[in-house]
Design a protein around this ligand. Sequence first.
Ligand SMILES: [Zn+2]
Ligand SMILES: [Zn+2]
Length: 220
Amino acid sequence: VIIRQIPAWVTSTNAWLAAESRGGRAVLVDAPPDPKGVAVAIADLDVTLAAILLTHGHVDHVGGSGEMVRRTGAVAYVHPDDDFLTYDPVTQLQILFGVTIPGMYEAPEKVHALEHGQRLELCGIDIGVVHTPGHTPGHCCFHVATEGVLFSGDQLFAGSIGRTDLPGGSFDDLMTSMRERVLVLDDETRVLPGHGPETTIGRERRHNPFLVGLDRTGHR
Ligand SMILES: [Zn+2]
Ligand SMILES: [Zn+2]
């Protein structure tokens, strides 16, 4: 599996392209509102985009998905608990930037519903859906066990965690998700986050100030 990191838009949100091979099929994790970089990577690897997995409904992660689906015919997936975000980018733009830009960013008309524990077989890649509410109610991480990779979205970053002050966010839920569904993974697992550089579960377990001691005491 070939994995490309493609940061985009004013929020430097990572889109992650995972291809079975050059010239083969690929899965995109998250679709920032500016999909140019993704289109370049797709052309460079000569891949066909088969699916778009959305970690959550924030506009910086889904805003380009409508256009990508129209352009490529890929199938999009998101957790239904984030529908109130996925289908309302205008309100999010208002909260984030104090402006409304109607019609500019959009989710696909049709998306498939993700659920916790689901296994998706996409492009020859076996992907486990890990529902991790907290940053948003429907936030999901995607675990590719065969590659030792976790696409962590805005749940876990190198040295930090997702903010929980936006609508539907819950710090307690995020920490429960972390303890029960993220920190249970092996230390060697590569963590490919929604913003910033990649890291590993072990490094975050030892050095991330939000996580140190979390799995021992259950609290910070
Ligand atoms: Zn987010
Ligand atoms: Zn984000």
